[in-house]
Design a protein around this ligand. Sequence first.
Ligand code: ATP
Ligand code: MG
Length: 290
Amino acid sequence: MSAPRPAEAGRPPWGSSKVAKPHLLESCLLSASGISKSYGGVKALDAVSIEVEAGSITGLIGPNGSGKSTLFDCICGFQRSDAGAVSLAGESLQGLSAQAIARKGVRRTFQQLRVFPALSVRDNLLTSAQSAPGFGYVQELLRLPSVRAHERAMRERAEAMLEEIRLTRLAQVLAGHLSYGQKKLLELGMALMTEPRLLLLDEPMAGVNPSLVEDLKVELQRVNDRGTALLIVEHNLKLVLDLSHQVYVLEQGRVLMKGTPRQVSDDERVMQAYLGVRQTAGAEQDGAID
Ligand SMILES: Nc1ncnc2c1ncn2[C@@H]1O[C@H](COP(=O)(O)OP(=O)(O)OP(=O)(O)O)[C@@H](O)[C@H]1O
Ligand SMILES: [Mg+2]
């Protein structure tokens, strides 16, 4: 994909701090093409095609029910699409299980939080770490030195992740006792434990206290700076337009448009698709509780 980045095409009206990464341009990491999915009589996705460049941040916006989460489900193997193809760096993900797709380096967070409430924060992170790559059940059972070394590395990574998501002081607390915003941070940390190539975030800011939104935004930028490409579904338009290099707009299961944040925010159809459904460009938050 060769569309210009915000820094080339002009900043979005509210002023993006995003800097283009020229060396990462032109390399398509994720390609989803012609994805269709129906639930009974409801056509959730109708031949949707999107691409995510390696190392980029891509936004995916659209009114409620436009198919954003369903597209995530189809990309990540949580739902089987009726038609279409998904590939990662040119390799087909067709027919792979959600676990196999995760092992390829595609991780996601969910609109409805998925943490293990009865496990500690630290253990939630550890459950997300991959088992020792290349080791079978017997090797893990015998706890060979190489398996132990891997486990040690994962524990160190969990400690570093606790620092990064600022939950170190709550490491032993059961995840069920965290505030909503802290659970969102934990879910992000869990997805990052395996250093994914691509991270799909389904409404990372929804319900998060406005005071935490800026921190979360900085964190997402940091993750992206380390090379993880992000595909972000988010109703906070200001935030998604500010963060993204490229934005897709879905409406009723179809791609209404794709463009730079500036192009999207200038587009009449996009604003019409949103007006009456969500406020435009406002830092609107639903139900912030922490
Ligand atoms: N498991 C399901 N069974 C039946 N219908 C579904 C299912 N999942 C989604 N749908 C329907 O598919 C359409 C797209 O839903 P989806 O959740 O993908 O939209 P969305 O863009 O993520 O919406 P929101 O912004 O509210 O999260 C909607 O009409 C929804 O009711
Ligand atoms: Mg959704």
